[in-house]
Design a protein around this ligand. Structure first.
Ligand code: HXC
Length: 257
């Protein structure tokens, strides 16, 4: 497929999406959100892909939802367009998403990073929810996912003042998985994604699903989910292979069986 606002490629077991609206700092317009959903849906259906990297440019991961597109919209317009709901196709992709963030990740851009499973940030990354400065609030899950990631105190600070935080603060706060030098960003993100893609697919999906449950339920419910998911992996050949390889002191060859 050819896209207008993103670049898509596959490298080894990794699908890569590069947001590509350089003149608007990768502002997320309706076309981009739709195309991102289509690309993720295609990766979900591609057995060769085990993980996905989402990245932007050096200057901007994404500077938010497209303000020029939203500026004159009425309630009915935004209600019917349901831009927030348009992320469901991306969220439905069960394969792990690694965000490789350089430069601005603001508003919807920060929220896109929050929708990824790993967030690898360059030292230049800046995260923020500046919606309040525009007379709105986050609308792609930021008040919920940011708060779960960094806690109430930090989330209130960011969402009510609209200030940006740098990569170090974002890592300290729990929004970012790792901070790496800018020139290593894509390399590190691809290496992490390739590593994930090399493991047993069933184990990876079960692990991701179980961690996600931690965001949505209480502890005993979550532990019960984990226990059953853990037990179910003993029905896979990959579990036999992974453990046999350890005992025989060799590398496992997972076959996704
Ligand atoms: C549309 C944008 C944009 C955006 C930048 N641009 N961000 N266009 N929507 N979110 C455009 C600029 O208008 C400009 O276009 C070009 O990109 C370069 O941006 P500059 O402002 O000239 O760059 P700079 O001075 O370096 O400042 C960078 C910046 C600033 C600090 C990131 O652009 C900025 O504050 N952007 C808006 C950030 C923001 O408020 N995001 C939240 C959006 S609301 P021209 O044509 O002039 O060259 C949101 C809500 C989500 O995300 C939920 C919705 C349902």
């Amino acid at each position: 497929a050819t896209y207008e606002t993103i670049l898509v490629e596959t490298r080894g077991g990794v699908g890569i999406v590069t947001l590509n609206r350089p003149k608007a700092l990768n502002a997320l317009n309706a076309t981009l959100i739709r195309e991102l959903g289509e690309a993720l849906e295609a990766f979900e259906g591609d057995d060769a892909v085990g993980a996905v990297v989402i990245t932007g440019s050096e200057k901007a991961f994404a500077a938010g939802a497209d303000i020029t597109e939203m500026a004159t919209k009425s309630f009915t317009d935004v209600y019917l367009a349901d831009l927030g709901g348009a992320w469901s196709r991306l969220l439905a992709c069960r394969k792990p998403r690694v965000a490789a963030v350089s430069g601005y990740a603001l508003g919807g851009g920060a929220e896109l990073a929050q929708m990824c499973d790993l967030v690898i940030a360059s030292e230049t990354a800046k995260f923020g929810q500046p919606e309040i400065t525009l007379g709105i609030i986050p609308g792609f899950g930021g008040t919920q996912r940011l708060t779960r990631a960094v806690g109430k105190a930090k989330a209130m600070d960011l969402i009510l003042t609209g200030r940006m935080m740098d990569a170090q603060e974002a890592e300290r706060s729990g929004l970012v998985s790792r901070v790496v030098p800018g020139e290593k960003l894509l390399e590190e993100a691809l290496a992490a994604a390739e590593k994930i893609a090399g493991f047993s697919r069933a184990a990876v999906l079960a692990a991701k699903e179980a961690v996600e449950v931690a965001h949505e339920t209480g502890l005993s419910e979550g532990v019960r989910f984990e226990k059953r998911a853990f037990q179910s992996l003993f029905a896979t050949e990959d579990q036999k292979e992974g453990m046999a390889a350890f005992v025989e002191k060799r590398k496992p060859a997972f076959r996704n069986r």
